[in-house]
Ligand binder design. Structure first.
Ligand code: PEP
Ligand code: MN
Length: 266
């Protein structure tokens, strides 16, 4: 399969030295206190580059918490000012892109449900024209490599060269140990097709529970993925979304200490 991606190496837009890029933070921004206190604990580990938090949440069914909305962008801004961490959030519409950029969010990501919809991806791409911001594209919910590459091409086509892919696993009809099957082969194929494209692993959404996270994280490092995005909450058991898979900042720090990393990310 051919592709036409024109991208800059990860280290030219986020210098992580010889370590993988670490993005961590709660699934959702819930309250200012929850986000800012989690950010401080993560920053204090000295191991996190970017603070993540969902502001607008794509929920499978209505009637659940759908994100705190625009106000959360101000909390991200405060967390950044106080901790020095870069910030990242999910964008799914042109309005999200405009608001996130206006609030100074450093990294945007396209969620798995959005990647599956070319109209949505094109809307996001159009809103990014003329903007210089790193964008990470999650794999689509379904195991379709072309759809993933197509979304990367649309964002790249808008002029975004600070581009990366997030491997968050694929939904399957069969119930397995994973919330989303990793289907590592698809990530390997992407790496083969576009070796220069950074791939960041999201063990949280692959696993759906805390217990499997060390195994998936190690496997991602063994495959030389260039980074990790891991959900971390100050008190995971009471998280408003994805409570089963979030880890405390202390647990995240232990997890990272226990990883064996073969060689430096490039
Ligand atoms: C998230 O990162 O919290 C999220 C909603 O992820 P995904 O798009 O991978 O389901
Ligand atoms: Mn989540």
């Amino acid at each position: 399969m051919k592709h036409s991606l024109d991208i800059l190496p990860l280290q030219s837009w986020i210098n992580t030295g010889d370590k993988p890029l670490i993005i961590a933070g709660p699934c959702s921004a819930e309250t200012e206190e929850q986000l800012v206190s989690t950010a401080h604990l993560l920053a204090n580990t000295g191991k996190v580059n970017v603070l993540r938090a969902g502001i607008w949440k794509p929920r499978t069914r209505p009637g659940e918490f759908e994100g705190i909305g625009s106000i959360g962008l101000q909390w991200l801004k405060r967390a950044k000012e106080e901790t020095g961490l870069l910030t990242a959030t999910e964008v799914a519409t042109a309005k999200h892109v405009e608001e996130a950029l206006a609030a100074g969010v450093d990294v945007l990501w396209v969620g798995a449900r959005s990647t599956a919809n070319p109209f949505t991806v094109q809307e996001i791409a159009d809103a990014l024209k003329g903007v210089d911001v790193p964008v990470l594209v999650k794999n689509p919910v379904n195991p379709d490599l072309s759809l993933w590459i197509g979304a990367l091409e649309r964002i790249n086509g808008a002029g975004i060269k600070k581009l990366g892919a997030i491997h968050r696993g694929f939904s399957s009809f069969e119930k397995t140990a994973f919330r989303n099957e990793p289907m590592w082969d698809i990530a390997i194929q992407l790496k083969t097709i576009a070796p220069e494209l950074p791939i960041i692993n999201d063990p949280s959404h692959i696993c759906g529970n805390r217990e499997l996270i060390p195994y998936v994280t190690q496997k991602a490092m063994d495959m030389d993925m260039q980074g990790l995005i891991i959900e971390s909450h100050i008190d995971p058991s009471v998280a408003w979304t994805d409570a089963k898979q979030q880890v405390t900042p202390a647990a995240l720090s232990d997890l990272l200490d226990n990883l064996s990393i073969r060689h430096a990310a490039s």
